[in-house]
Design a protein around this ligand. Structure first.
Ligand code: ADP
Ligand code: MG
Length: 306
């Protein structure tokens, strides 16, 4: 594992007038990693990215890319960075093909065989004018240019929001390729299933605060597995077992049960089940959706009083 930091924000803040869009954003992206930046609409993902790109100035904290200050050194940083915005705006009178070449030219790159390959994979008709393209096609134009650009850091803001599932898969494959080539990727999304597949680490943002960040494993640790079990002997003891929640017996003999269990108690619970002679067992790992829900619920619980 390479520990080289490619991107870092520390206690990043951004206010628009009285409105504080970013309160405390802490992100770390290492070389060769894909960081998923996850949060609902309005949480502050695009604002954070705009600060990182040097398009707007932070009102507090710090942000560095390649160890350089994002505001002061944006010119140097941009030579080694590729960005695809969430809503791609393109020159209306250029064709998709002209646009791809222009975007490449602007970042000092060339149209290569790889560019042609990408156009083919995304099934993009490059002869059409940008103004005739759907949102998804505009995104494809920007993605083709980005993926055929050879830089160290790629930033995608909600990249697949306009893509159909087939193109989403192509996108995911190319992100995996970048990662294999040792590139770093920041990927924002409000769709967790996108992230599960591609990211090494995720950071969850809510109302301008990064409320949790780390590896997927370290976060799933916090969530509960769902267990469905059938045993020979009754399972009454589960009622007082530590870390067991939402226990439901599906028969009067109490030998068929469903429940959720804290990850750190799963060993003890399995011992308990084994002692009752397991006939059938199914455990379902927590999805990020569950994890997300739990964060939101706990934040809402804390707010409860006001
Ligand atoms: N230029 C701006 N002026 C005022 N408010 C803004 C501006 N840009 C973003 N915001 C507000 O900041 C919050 C975060 O927005 P944004 O970063 O776009 O969220 P996300 O990308 O996570 O959906 C939202 O409440 C949005 O309305
Ligand atoms: Mg956004």
């Amino acid at each position: 594992m390479n520990d080289e930091l490619v991107l870092e924000t520390k206690n990043l803040k951004k206010s628009f007038g009285k409105f504080q869009a970013l309160r405390n954003v802490n992100l770390q992206l290492h070389k060769g990693e894909v960081l998923g930046f996850i949060g609902p609409n309005g949480a502050g993902k695009s604002t954070t990215i705009r600060v990182i790109l040097g398009l707007i100035k932070a009102t507090g904290g710090s942000a560095t890319v390649f160890g350089k200050d994002v505001w002061k050194d944006s010119v140097a940083i941009h030579k080694n960075l590729s960005y695809v915005p969430g809503d791609v705006y393109l020159w209306p009178n250029l064709t998709g093909g002209q646009t791809i070449d222009l975007l490449l030219h602007m970042s000092g790159q060339k149209h290569t065989a790889r560019t042609d390959q990408l156009i083919k994979e995304f099934k993009l008709d490059t002869s059409k004018k940008n103004r005739t393209y759907s949102k998804g096609n505009r995104q494809k134009v920007a993605l083709v240019a980005a993926f055929s650009t050879d830089v160290s850091l790629y930033i995608f803001d909600e990249p697949t929001s306009g893509l159909d599932p087939l193109n989403e898969v192509i996108f995911q494959q190319h992100v995996a390729e970048l990662k294999k080539a040792g590139k770093s990727v920041l990927l924002s999304s409000h769709i967790l299933s996108e992230v599960e597949k591609m990211c090494d680490t995720i950071a969850i943002i809510r109302e301008g605060n990064v409320i949790e960040a780390g590896s997927l494993e370290s976060m799933q640790h916090l969530t509960r597995n769902t267990v469905a079990v059938r045993t020979k002997k009754p399972l009454d003891e589960l009622q007082k077992a530590e870390g067991v929640y939402q226990l439901k017996f599906n028969d009067s003999s109490k030998t068929t049960a469903e429940f959720s269990v804290d990850s750190d108690q799963i060993g003890n619970v399995m011992d308990l089940l084994s002692a009752k002679t397991i006939v059938q067992l199914k455990t379902t790992p927590p999805t990020l959706e569950d994890l997300f829900l739990r964060y939101y619920q706990s934040a809402d619980d804390q707010k409860g009083g006001d």
